[in-house]
Design a binder for this molecule. Structure first.
Ligand code: C5P
Length: 217
């Protein structure tokens, strides 16, 4: 078991995971960690280095050579690759297009999962991604799976002014061999198309209390 409690949140692309996870983290004073950001950062780096994303061996070689740092700083995730914070680049269309290819590579997952697990030694976490409840922290009793109608998710992305290949990413993320996106059998399913963020957080708080999580109010 991790030293600190971990709330694991998985779900489809543009399902509102980040908005919900951030709101839940703020509400209960847990550190919010977006693992998609880490896979996006690695993808951006590979693209900057002109590594062909169709070549998993080249990606594996590069990830074992570069310095990747994941830590918590002032209550937030700080991620650096080759000393650079990839934040300004992670929502670029080319990253949206390439990230599901990079996230299939075993060496990338192995490195990032180990770093994600280490964060739970430092602070209580709300961690979102695709494999948090199934692979990163399968033993946590606090798990949610978020989804919404694909049309609603597509509208959400275009309202954010982003070009995103949601369907394509979902297909690749669900069908890959390494840690595919699935709903853990013990996760609570939430539909972000039918409920507001406040309602989702209220449902989550009830569930967490029923599982015995003590939350300071
Ligand atoms: O959550 P977000 O949509 O930003 O994630 C971007 C991509 O990163 C996903 O489509 C998926 O390919 C990958 N990912 C992953 N495992 C995670 C988090 C994200 O494979 N835990």
């Amino acid at each position: 078991m991790p030293t600190h409690p971990v709330i694991a949140i998985d779900g489809t692309a543009a399902s509102g995971k980040s908005t919900f996870s951030r709101a839940l983290g703020q509400r209960i004073g847990y550190t919010y960690v977006n693992t998609g950001f880490m896979y996006r950062g690695v993808t951006w780096y590979m693209q900057e280095k002109n590594i062909p994303l169709t070549d998993p061996d080249a990606i594996a070689r590069e990830i074992s050579a570069v310095q990747v740092e994941t830590l918590l700083h002032n209550g937030e995730l700080a991620f650096r690759i080759a000393g650079v914070d990839p934040l300004p680049h992670v929502r670029e269309a080319r990253v949206n297009e390439g990230v599901s290819q990079v996230s299939q590579v075993g060496a990338v997952r192995k490195l990032l999962v180990a770093q994600q697990q280490a964060l739970a030694e430092q602070a209580p976490l709300v961690m979102e991604g695709r494999d948090i409840g199934t692979v990163v922290f399968p033993q946590t009793p606090y798990k949610f799976y978020i989804d919404a109608d694909p049309e609603i998710r597509a509208q959400r992305r275009s309202a954010q002014g982003e070009t995103d290949v949601i369907k394509h990413r979902d297909a690749q993320d669900s069908q890959r061999q390494n840690s595919p996106l699935t709903c853990a059998p013990d996760a609570v399913r939430l539909d972000s198309g039918r409920f507001s963020v406040e309602e989702l957080v209220a449902t989550a708080l009830e569930h967490l209390a029923s599982r015995g999580l003590k939350i300071a109010t």
